[in-house]
Design a protein around this ligand. Structure first.
Ligand SMILES: [Zn+2]
Length: 136
């Protein structure tokens, strides 16, 4: 049974971990949506938040090519870190995969991609993580 890297941010919708949805919180007072857990609205400070499923596609807002990864980074280097704007408003940072660096364009449509990642030398450490890839 696959395990999400963070249930508050990524809810798996199939038992094989092949699909899932990002989780956001919407303020029922002013309508602002944020990605991931929140206790108070960052716009109006209301505690009246409801959990919602976020879109699985968005637009590449900005990106950078990371050549010096954080400690413990389990993937190849260099890699692309993309900031993606979802239709509901929040921006979500994650690796952009399956795209040549020369093909990256600000504003390009991208889709959520779920991948299993395992930390080397750590037993039972496999988690499903979210990434972005060019939208089909
Ligand atoms: Zn609010």
């Amino acid at each position: 049974m696959p395990i999400s890297v963070d249930e508050k941010c990524l809810r798996l919708t199939r038992d094989d971990g092949a699909s899932g949805t990002l989780v956001g919180m919407r303020c029922t007072v002013c309508g602002i949506v944020v990605f991931g857990p929140a206790t108070f609205c960052q716009s109006c400070s209301s505690p009246q938040l409801e959990q919602i499923d976020l879109a699985t596609e968005g637009l590449l807002y900005s990106y950078t090519i990371v050549r010096v990864p954080p400690p413990g980074w389990p993937g190849p280097v260099p890699y692309v870190l993309g900031e993606v704007e979802l239709p509901e408003g929040p921006h979500v940072l994650a690796e952009v995969i399956d795209c040549e660096h020369d093909d990256l364009r600000v504003g390009m449509p991208v889709a959520l991609a779920l991948r299993p990642v395992e930390m080397p030398d750590v037993a039972d450490s496999e988690r499903i993580v979210y990434k972005w890839r060019p939208a089909p």
